[in-house]
Structure formats: C-alpha cells, structure tokens
Design a protein. Structure first.
Lengths: 222, 307, 155
C-alpha cells in the first residue's frame, strides 16, 4: 500500500486561502488504511477547517466527499456532478490520486492535503513500515524476502556495512539492520550460501532509466 | 602490472607496513593539508586521505591526495560510494591514476544523516564490494562496467576496510572473503582495542585461507583521555573498548593521559606484529598527527624502508 | 432540579457506565433540553476524532467523554485508545484557535466504578457554568452583546 500523513493544518489553510468553495475529497483505499485520508479523516479535517474559518472570520464553504479510490478514472468520474460547485478540491488522496483528479478536472485547482511517503505494509495496528522502492527488478528471492534496497539505509546488495550494531542500523537505533535480518532469515532457511556470491551493480535503468514509467497492457484495453 | 605503489612494494617485500590517516580541511586552503602531511614525512609508507568523512563537506580526497603527493608522500585515496554514481567513481579512478595516485580504499561511507548535509541524496549506486570489483576490472582488463574498453588502464593497489568488531560477528569473515574475491589486495581494519577478540577474528580469517590472498593492516588509534575511551565504547558503532583500558586511562593524572594513550597504542602494535597474517599497522591519530611518529618510533618501526 | 445550564454540551459515554440505561438518558434529555446532547457508545474506544470535532463545530461549547475506570474496559483497550484520540482532537482544535479544554476526558478511578451517569452529569453541569461560550457559537450565548455584527441593538 501507499502510505501518507496529513500536512500540518496551517500549511493546508495557506493553500486553500484564496478559494471560497472547497470540496475535501477523501479516498477509501491506501490512505484510509493508514488513517490519513479516509472518510473519517476527511470528516475530521473538513470540520477542523470549517471551525478555523469561522473563528478567523473567513467566509468559506468546505464540503466533503469520499471516493473508493482516487487513482482510478472510473471512481474519480463520480465528481462530475458536483465539481462545478467548487473552486478548489482539497484532495486527501496520495500523490497518485491528487494527480488523477487534477488530470480529469484541469480547470479546477487541486490541492494536496497529504504528504505521500512510501510503499509499505501495516506491520501492526498503527505502525506502517517501508519495504519496497519499486525498482522494477525484484530480487527478493535472493535475500529471503527482505529487500536490501528499500530496507538497508545504504541500499547495499553485498551488506552489511560496518555500522551494523546489535541488529540495528547505525543511523537510528529504532531501525533494524536489514542485512542482519537477511542473514538471520537465510540462516533459518539453510540458505546462507546465497550471500557468498558478489551481487553485481543494480540495473537502475529499470527505475530511472527512461523518466516516469508506464505499463501498457493491450489485453486489458477496451 | 608495473609496480607504482610504494605501499604495495613494502608489503610484497614482507616488511611490516605503516600507514596513517590525514583528514582534509573544511576549506580550500592547500597549506592546511600540507602542514598536517609534513608531520608524517618519513614516519609512514603511505597516507590515507579521507573522503568527506562523517558526511561532512571537506576538500576532496583526490585534491588532497595530489597535494600530499607533491611533498613526496604516498597517498591512499579513500573513496566512498555515498556521494557519486558509477560514472563519477570510474572517472575518478582514471583521474587518480593519471595524477599518480595508485592506492585506493573502497568504502561505503557514513550515512549522509550524520553530516552537515543531511538533506542530500545518498547515491549508493554501487556498494563498496562492487566498487572493489569495478576497480579490479578496470586495472586488469582495461574495461569499465558494461564492457567498454579503456584507452589506458589505471594502475591501482586496491584496498577495502574490515571491522572485526561489528555485527553480525559470524558473517564478518564471509564478507571479508567477498571483498578479497572481488579483488581487494589489502585490508585496513577498524581500530583495535580488544586484542583477544581480534586474535579470534584473525583465526577465522586464517581458517578461511584469506591471509594468503591479501595483506591485512591492523588499525590503531591512540587514546587522548578517559573520556575519549568511554565515548568510543558507548557511542561509536562497531567499537570494542575493554573496561581495563578505560581504567588505565583513568588511573593516571590528566597531564599523563596522552602518554598513557600512546603507551597502550604501542603495546597494541607490538602484539599485532606477532599475529600471523598481520602485515602492517594503520595508525589513525584523529587530529593528533604528531602522535603517529612517536608511535612508529616507540614500536621500533622507524626508519621506514626506502623502496 | 432546575436546569442551571447556559452552555451547550455534548456528552459521549460508554454504555457500561452504571445507571446509563435508555430511561435515564431520556429523563436527562427532558431536564436539559437542547443544551445537552447525550451519546451512548458501546465502548468509549468507538469514539473517533471526527465525532468530537463535529460536536464542537455544530453546537457544543464543550465536549465530554466518560469512560470506564482503568483496567475495567470490557473490550480491554477501548478506554486507552480514547485517551490518544482525545489528545489528537485537542491538538487539532488548539491549532485552529479553539481552547483545548473544550474537550474533556473523564475517567473515574476504580474506587468510583459504581458512580452513575447522573452523578457525572451533575458535576459537569456545575463545571460548565465557568466555561466561556465557544467562539464558534458566540451569537447564541447570553451576554454576547456588542460583538454581534450588523445592526446595533436597541436597548
């Protein structure tokens, strides 16, 4: 899933300041899962903004609507009927959602309420951790299902570095050393010899090689 | 490969080598480098020049290496993978060789978070082991990554670092073996205070057949104060400072701290000399370059052989 | 007892608070009329930040949340979870210029586990008199006087 966190309310207020009629649009997918932009959070943010406006004597309309997903046209299109009533959309979608909405309604100002962060998992309730950076060339098999590119602070393919201490990364005692974890995992699977080979330099062209990426599947097209 | 590295020659002739470290200044003054380097003349076989250590912006290692070479000292170019991609790293190897710098130490580098540019991107296009292999292929096959041929191969004596005290302990020797397999000719270790533990590591290294394939220089750092010993013990990752050394430092008066620190260092060097597979010592006297000469002398390592 | 309330309140409470059955709620609603809105919840842990904010936005000068004593939550963690949500809601209202004391969390100690809802409400009634009317609803509060925009009031 994609994770995100809400921007500080002052920052949001500054961005919506010039607009009189604002629609806060939430998303029921990833950002709902990480409690940043789902229906409840959209309701809370819209209520807080309305109160802020009243207290400051600002005349603004702030309404709310939550879509199942903001990154899929079929759902975004549900805004067709209401979009004309608003000068700006405050999107609580991830960066992909914000842009999909902006792409559909390019006369309308679309403002992001969230800072999109990482691809990750819900490790436990209330805890989300990064575990994938979308390199386009998955090597998880070799490392026992632990990605050294996203989870090692130095992206080492032949780790660990000299800063691994007590299973933690040198940059922060809260960050596990991915390489310690990889070694432990492969040891328990009797596959430690997989780490004896020298992994060659990563082919980063699969991520950065040709600018923003796209996937086209003709068998999925109309 | 024609012999162009003094360090290589000293090691190949079986003489116990001495290297030291020199940190470039946080500024553009060449005199700052030269003054420090002058303190090491005649005391060492080669001088490591650090590469934006701790991710703090300093004069480039390559430039500082060139400066110390100009006063007759042999440099070891330290090269981290944190700041440059493979294009720049390979380019710098060619440049270094062209400038007469023929020793390189390939390192990961401290994470950018520790330095004064924490908002910078950490490149890490290659890791330190991939860099060792890259330099080896450039030197021995005259090729860069991807196979394009070089018009002239660089001449490099390739080094890597090893930390016998970092976790995970059991894997450390496997990683060292990878570095040697990748092409490391010499290894410099993290500074050693716990000799018993170091000897155990060396036993594993010998068992793996690595001492026949590379030269290992044991790292040492003279303590300046009990506070420094405690700091290193508690705050620096991958450091093992036995309590008895802290007690020794605490046991002498303040005006004798440096003397005791050098004493401990000399004892360490003496013990390193007796360990099978140790071919030299790497003295890292942080902001205390004068100590290098004293340690070398008291360890009976002066004068340095002229090769 | 005469209703002394001159403020509008929202009171969220766990249905496991003693003496909080429907008939009690109804008689409280009769007593206080629109001044107090009561929200029985299966557990205080079911209350979300948005509920607290909406109450303050729409009518309430203050919002109260009454939980079960520590360790006595039927669902184990509900009354712990609500603590953090109340904190979040307080931070939000403070950041937009509303006093954070307008949200109050009442968690009785275990010795008072039998304290009934009416008892809590009576104490709230006493305390609420001292609360300034919320900037959100100042026109409705008594004695707001000159701050009303537009026409001058004739005495």
């Amino acid at each position: 899933m994609i994770t995100a966190e809400q921007k500080p309310i002052d920052e949001i207020r500054k961005m919506i300041a010039p607009y009189k009629k604002v629609l806060a649009v939430g998303c029921g997918s990833c950002v709902a899962e990480c409690a940043a932009g789902g229906e409840k959070e959209t309701g809370a943010l819209a209520s807080a903004l309305r109160m802020a406006c009243k207290i400051a004597g600002e005349d603004k309309t702030i309404d709310e609507k939550t879509l199942d997903r903001q990154c899929v046209r079929e759902f975004v299109i549900q805004l067709d009927d209401v979009i004309k009533d608003y000068d700006a959309i405050l999107s609580l979608g991830c960066g992909a959602g914000v842009q999909a909405v902006a792409e559909m309604y390019n006369e309308v100002i679309v403002i992001p309420a969230l800072n999109t962060e990482f691809l990750g998992e819900t490790r436990e309730q209330g805890l989300w951790v990064e575990n994938c950076l979308g390199c386009g060339d998955c090597m998880l098999y070799f490392f026992g299902g632990i990605c050294p590119l996203s989870r090692c602070s130095k992206q080492l393919l032949n780790g660990p570095c000299g800063g691994s201490q007590g299973g933690k990364c040198e940059i922060n005692p809260d960050v596990p050393c991915a390489w310690q974890n990889i070694i432990d995992r492969l040891s328990s699977q009797n596959a430690l010899e997989r780490l004896e080979m020298i992994y060659p330099p990563k082919d980063w062209s699969k991520k950065h090689g040709s600018g923003p990426r796209k996937i086209v599947r003709e068998d999925q097209q109309k | 490969m024609t012999v162009v590295s003094n360090l290589k020659k000293v090691l190949e002739e079986g003489k116990f080598a001495v290297t030291a470290e020199c940190g470039p200044p946080k500024g553009a003054d060449p005199e700052a480098v030269i003054k420090k380097a002058e303190l090491l003349k005649g005391k060492v076989d080669a001088v490591n020049v650090t590469d934006n250590q701790t991710a703090i912006v300093r004069m480039s290692s390559m430039a500082a290496c060139s400066l110390i070479k100009s006063i007759g000292l042999e440099p070891v170019l330290q090269m981290v993978v944190r700041d440059r991609n493979r294009i720049a790293l390979q380019s710098d190897i060619l440049g270094a060789s062209a400038l007469g710098i023929h020793n390189v130490l390939c390192l990961s580098g401290d994470h950018q978070k520790f330095g004064n540019q924490p908002q910078a991107v950490g490149v890490f296009d290659l890791d330190s082991i991939q860099l060792v292999k890259t330099v080896k292929d450039m030197r021995d096959e005259g090729k860069i990554i991807g196979g394009d041929a070089l018009s002239k191969a660089p001449e490099m004596f390739i080094g890597a670092a090893a930390n016998p005290f970092a976790d995970p302990l059991a894997f450390r020797v496997v990683r060292l073996a990878k570095k040697v397999a990748a092409g490391a000719n010499f290894i410099q270790t993290q500074c050693i205070y716990n000799l018993d533990r170091f000897e155990k590591w060396m036993e594993m290294v010998r068992d793996k057949g690595l001492i026949e394939k590379c030269y290992i220089l044991g790292g040492v750092t003279p303590l300046k104060s009990p506070g420094m010993a405690k700091y290193m013990k508690n705050n620096v990752a991958g450091m093992d400072v036995p309590d008895e050394l802290i007690q020794r430092m605490q046991g002498v008066s303040k005006d004798k701290w440096k003397e005791e620190g050098i004493k401990i260092c000399v004892e360490t060097v003496e013990r390193l000399k007796s360990i099978k597979g140790i071919s030299g010592v790497h003295i890292m006297a942080i902001e205390w370059e004068e100590a290098v000469g004293e340690i070398a002398e008291k360890s009976g390592l002066l004068p340095r052989p002229l090769v | 007892m005469k209703n002394k309330l001159t403020r509008n309140l929202a009171i969220f409470y766990c249905q496991n608070v003693p003496g909080s059955q429907d008939d009690v709620r109804q008689s409280l609603e009769e007593k206080y009329g629109k001044a107090v809105r009561l929200f029985p919840m299966p557990c205080s842990g079911r209350i979300d930040v948005v509920h607290l904010l909406r109450a303050l936005e729409e009518y309430a000068d203050a919002v109260y949340v009454i939980t079960c004593p520590p360790g006595a939550c039927r669902y184990h963690e509900g009354n712990k979870r609500i603590v953090k949500r109340v904190d979040t809601a307080k931070k939000i209202i403070e950041s937009i210029g509303l006093e954070k004391d307008r949200i109050k969390l009442i968690t009785p100690p275990i010795e008072l586990a039998l304290k009934p809802l009416t008892s809590f409400v009576e104490e709230i009634e006493e305390e609420a008199a001292a609360i300034e009317p919320s900037a959100m609803h100042k026109k409705k509060a008594q004695g707001a006087g000159n701050k009303v925009q537009g026409k001058k009031e004739k005495k």
